[in-house]
Ligand binder design. Structure first.
Ligand code: IMP
Length: 429
């Protein structure tokens, strides 16, 4: 039962798509367990770039079963476009299935997301505008719509009758929005259900049967630890649990069945949207990282904020996820830097803290404390750990030491073969 979770150890965009795609070569099943179309996983395959939002990054291997788990919020229109685009580019998507329990993103969720951000003004969260927060809120409020409802007119009509009176009253009276017509939504979403019929299944049984049969299963996280609804920099977070605890809730595999947790982190740090980021470099250095790392949002195209690797965040991520191995990506982006830095603590009020504070004001006003190490010329082209320049090896060893988990994999470029496996045992290879 080799089961491995791949989670983001920073603020998302760590390169989980590439790592999942790489490891999926030996996987029987790849499962998304949270998030929705706010995620943007970039995979380079056959020299072409693919951007996935719902579809698990295992889709490029024929025969690998790809599941969208119950913890995901699905935008059916968007998902169908994604499937159509993959098919048009020659990727077989017949092995893609969606949980019948997954919640559906409705047009009013996207409107609500946009309108709430508008009201927040300067206090906006910088969401992706995909309706993620309102959809998860409705799930918890118990008037969400589930994928299974799209398969039956009476069920969908009943679900809409539960939610629409409340939603329309909110939209019309608070936001002066015209609201949504039941018949229009009913027909539109039944049509999506028709197109997805056959793919909407009981994924909880599928994932457990696969585990019981000893299949290799990867769980692909979206976003990252610091965007987690519980552990992130609340309220500047997403509305789901990207951390390893979310795997069980979002897929139906019991927690004792998960064997390993791979924490993916970039060799530096980035963040999209608002919220504190202590090691952010706002000047020339940040611009250099952005340009070298092509740090622009996959989903929104927004330029990402860039800075040095934060080992306080790294250690926190190792703890809350129970990370058994680290995958360090985009090491090549630091090639050619004379010196590299790692944030090892936060200075605040004359004291240095080495743990992540809950108080955002404290975090925002903290000065990062750095450890400086010598840089290196080039990691691109290296295929083993020992082929890396000595200074790059020392940098990786420092990251492992400071975060408290061993390095399992290193990525030095976009391509599948620009990957260094350091500890195959930790990758369940
Ligand atoms: P939401 O998930 O659209 O509600 O956005 C909430 C916060 O999470 C915003 O700061 C987004 O920029 C951020 N976010 C959501 N998805 C991703 C992602 O896949 N990568 C990086 N940031 C994300």
């Amino acid at each position: 039962m080799p089961t491995l979770a791949i989670v983001g150890a920073q603020w998302g965009d760590e390169g989980k798509g590439k790592v999942t795609d790489y490891l999926a070569a030996r996987a029987d099943m790849v499962v998304r367990y949270q998030g929705g179309a706010n995620a943007g996983h970039t995979v380079v395959f056959r020299g072409e770039t693919f951007r996935l939002h719902h579809v698990p990054s295992g889709i490029f291997y024929p025969g690998t079963i790809c599941l969208i788990g119950n913890g995901v919020v699905v935008d059916p229109e968007h998902l169908l476009q994604e499937i159509d685009e993959l098919e048009a580019r020659g990727i077989d998507t017949r092995s893609l299935f969606i949980s019948d329990r997954a919640q559906v993103i409705m047009p009013y969720h996207k409107e609500q997301d946009r309108l709430e951000e508008e009201v927040r003004g300067d206090r906006r969260l910088g969401t992706t505008g995909r309706g993620i927060g309102p959809c998860y809120a409705d799930k918890v409020a118990r008037y969400g719509i589930r994928m299974i409802d799209l398969l039956d007119r009476a069920s969908l009509a009943e679900a809409l009758d539960r939610v629409l009176p409340i939603k329309n009253r909110l939209l019309r009276q608070v936001f002066h929005h015209p609201g949504f017509e039941k018949e229009v939504l009913l027909n539109q979403f039944l049509a999506y259900g028709e197109r997805l019929r056959g793919r909407i299944v009981d994924t909880v049984t599928l994932v457990n049967e696969a585990a019981e049969a000893g299949k290799r299963i990867l769980f692909e996280g979206a976003q990252g630890t610091l965007l987690d609804i519980d552990y992130g920099t609340y309220p500047f977070v997403t509305s789901s649990s990207p951390t390893a605890g979310g795997v069980s809730v979002g897929s139906g595999l019991g927690p004792t069945r998960l064997q390993g947790v791979l924490g993916v982190a970039k060799a530096y740090a980035t963040r999209v949207g608002e919220g504190p980021f202590p090691s952010e470099e706002k000047g020339e250095l940040g611009a250099r990282l952005r340009q070298r790392g092509q740090e622009f949002g996959t989903t929104t195209g927004r330029p990402r904020r860039c800075g040095w690797f934060d080992a306080v965040v790294g250690r926190f991520a190792v703890r809350v996820n129970g990370i058994t191995g680290l995958a360090i990506t985009k090491l090549d982006v630091l090639d050619g830097f004379e010196k590299v830095r790692i944030c090892v603590g936060y200075r605040y009020g004359g004291q240095v803290r080495r743990t992540l504070p809950t108080d955002l004001r404290l975090l925002a006003q903290s000065q990062p404390v750095y450890e400086e190490l010598p840089g290196w010329e080039q990691t691109r082209g290296a295929r083993t750990f020992s082929e890396l320049p000595a200074a790059a090896q020392r940098y990786l060893e420092a990251l492992a030491d400071l975060c408290g988990a061993p390095i399992a994999l290193v990525s030095v470029g976009y391509d599948r073969d620009e990957t260094i496996v350091v500890r195959p045992d930790l990758l369940l290879l």
